[in-house]
Design a protein. Structure first.
Length: 361
């Protein structure tokens, strides 16, 4: 945030040298954030401020929205049907100039495009922008071009239903680009423009939409636009998760890595006792296998294998429980991930009960 009181705060040179000499010491939050922003090329990013309060709540601008495809579901409708419906729609609204907009996002690339009947414009956007903001930016660019035109009737086509819903339900949207579009619409309405918005299904052979889609994926002209704070937050969160995953991938010897190779929340278990049991089995710390540490006693040894008891040994390795594994899991060769992984075996608790281990966890 440009007006944040701590925006320019960072370590002075002498303390910075101290931390450089001792890399294992944890730097202050502001300094770690500054280093991260430099690594992710966000240090000079211009954050877009919300303009929602530019108009009073009792006179929020609205849009004219039409949906000729409302009776058709994309998953169960052939593209040729959408193409025919669109042609019929255009025959009814032939007095409106068609304008197609689209946004595209891939790894390290974000672009948007606007296709008028006589020209196509494509812009490369900041990589921190979401696909939602890219679609909205394309509409904003279209309105900016329309404002300088002598024609007064336009129909803007987009394949982003989420953006259209935000434009219709302004009270639930805090994206500043949506607010900019509403302000542009109000200004154009005052000038006598008649603008319609229409959703079109993507990849159904509609020429204007296909043209805009192709242009958005290969834009070269940079558009220096500010990035909404919500997009910056999402970008930083994804970048941190990516760095975390890279560090976790290096922990191949960690016993938890085989259970959960990809970071994320564990699926919740509605019964707390079962959730606790699964957690203890996953980390390998149970009352039976680790109680000796509290009382300074020798580790318990399996009478059959003469090996120290562990969760891995009890659930997977010990031949004493081979029959129970075959009965409950229909397999004798298993891994911990198969039994107590992210999607635990549905009969794991019955197995634990049958071998008498359930009440010792």
């Amino acid at each position: 945030m440009p007006n944040h009181p701590l925006r320019s705060t960072f370590l002075n040179s002498c303390i910075d040298r101290l931390y450089n000499a001792r890399p294992f010491n944890v730097r202050p939050f502001m300094d770690r954030t500054k280093l991260f922003l430099e690594e992710s090329a966000l240090i000079s990013l211009d954050v877009k401020q919300s303009t929602f309060f530019s108009f009073p709540p009792w006179s929020v601008p609205s849009i004219n929205y039409i949906d000729p495809f409302s009776l058709f579901h994309k998953a169960s409708t052939a593209p040729v049907v959408f193409y025919q419906v669109f042609n019929l729609h255009r025959s009814l609204y032939s007095q409106y100039v068609p304008v197609f907009t689209d946004g595209s996002k891939s790894t390290n690339y974000v672009g948007c495009s606007v296709a008028f009947p006589d020209s196509v414009s494509a812009y490369r956007l900041n990589a921190a922008l979401s696909i939602y903001t890219a679609e909205a930016t394309a509409i904003s660019c279209a309105l900016q071009r329309i404002s300088s035109d002598n024609i007064r009737q336009f129909c803007i086509y987009t394949d982003s239903m989420s953006v259209l819903q935000s434009l219709q339900q302004t009270e639930s949207s805090n994206n500043p680009v949506i607010c900019d579009i509403l302000l542009q619409m109000e200004d154009l309405r005052i000038k006598g423009f008649d603008i319609l918005f229409c959703w079109v299904p993507s990849h159904t052979g509609i020429k204007g939409n296909e043209l805009a889609d192709s242009a958005a994926k290969s834009a070269l002209v940079p558009l220096n636009s500010a990035v909404p704070l919500s997009d910056v937050t999402c970008f930083i969160r994804k970048h941190i998760n990516k760095m975390w995953q890279q560090l976790w991938d290096l922990q191949q010897q960690n016993k938890l890595h085989s259970l959960k190779p990809f970071l994320g929340r564990w699926p919740g278990v509605p019964v707390r006792r079962k959730d606790v049991i699964l957690t203890r089995l996953r980390i390998g710390h149970t009352r039976f296998t680790h109680k000796h540490l509290l009382f300074a006693e020798p580790a318990p040894i399996c009478n059959s294998c003469q090996a120290p008891y562990s969760v891995l040994h009890i659930l997977i390795e010990c031949p004493v429980f081979t029959f129970q594994r075959q009965s409950f899991f229909n397999a004798t060769f298993l891994s911990l991930k198969d039994v107590v992984g992210e999607n635990p075996h549905p009969r794991v608790f019955s197995f634990l009960q049958s071998i008498g281990f359930l009440n010792h966890i």
